[in-house]
Design a protein around this ligand. Structure first.
Ligand SMILES: [Zn+2]
Length: 286
């Protein structure tokens, strides 16, 4: 079942769970994620960053759309970290059902103006829009985006931002970073801040940089009202760590021999996230 983000996360907001947004730029991993969510009967967001879309090419969206129509599980196809009108238009043209416009590094007034422009275009064709306020950190060179310094989301500004832009979901900065945390770096989520934002903003809230945070904090953030959590590094690390092991056997050559054990390792991580986010068996609510 293909859906936009607004309809998908409305149910998550009502029933207090978070839908995982798995970043995909590889066909075998895409199939593995579909298998995982079907097995767990969990709604899912397939997130694709503009750099990932350059890698897969936009035609992959046709295949994802086809798969979404065939499955009973709710699926949203979401552009992660769009940064310009051109990227948003390409996403809409390619068949995404949801887009993120990330103006978080801009001054507030410019971020608001950019979101207003995107909301006007996207909503006219029933595509939902995610905005971002505050900055998410970045831990390594492979991370998709992020700043060296985290600027936490101000709850009062969030209230104004949502009202003035009309965005459907809001990515908040409460202490996460994109990528895998280096040894010795302990992320600590500002859960009191999340509580305060939730009292002022009634649209679904999004957590970026959800990989390698302690499970207990992530679980608590779901209880406190996070409805979408982005997972990119964790599934990719599981997949490629396994692949490094498999490829020690230098006689292997065929993707259909090499990839299945890697997909299995990735699915284990996906299962764990789905349970942690309280998303298993939630497809029946749609
Ligand atoms: Zn992100």
């Amino acid at each position: 079942m293909l859906m936009n983000m607004k309809d998908l996360l409305r149910v998550a907001n009502e029933h207090n769970f978070a839908v995982p947004a798995f970043n995909i730029s590889d066909y075998a991993m895409l199939n593995g994620i579909f298998e995982a969510v079907e097995e767990k009967q969990a709604p899912v967001i397939i997130a694709i960053h503009p750099d990932e879309l350059s890698h897969t090419k936009p035609e992959i969206i046709k295949a994802i759309t086809e798969k979404a129509y065939k499955t009973e599980v709710p699926v949203c196809i979401h552009l992660d970290h769009g940064s310009s009108l051109a990227q948003i238009m390409l996403a809409i043209k390619s068949g995404f059902t949801s887009v993120m416009i990330d103006g978080s590094s801009l001054p507030l007034e410019e971020n608001i103006a950019l979101c207003q422009e995107i909301v006007k275009v996207a909503h006219s064709v029933d595509i939902s829009v995610e905005g971002e306020l505050g900055t998410i950190g970045s831990t390594d060179a492979e991370a998709e985006a992020g700043e060296n310094e985290i600027i936490y989301t101000d709850p009062d500004v969030a209230k104004r931002f949502v009202k003035e832009t009309g965005v459907d979901t809001l990515a908040v900065a409460i202490g996460t970073s994109h990528g895998i945390y280096p040894e010795g770096m302990e992320p600590e989520l500002q859960l009191d801040l999340l509580k305060e934002i939730k009292t002022k903003v009634d649209i679904p809230l999004v957590l970026h940089g959800g990989s390698s945070n302690p499970d207990q904090e992530i679980g608590r953030s779901v209880e406190l009202g996070i409805n979408k959590i982005n997972i990119s590094s964790d599934i990719k690390a599981a997949y490629y760590n396994k692949m490094r092991e498999v490829l020690k056997d230098g006689s292997l050559r065929e993707p259909n021999t090499i990839q299945p054990p890697c997909i299995k390792a990735m699915k284990e991580v996906a299962f764990h996230k789905i349970e942690l986010f309280n998303t298993d068996n939630k497809a029946k609510l749609y």
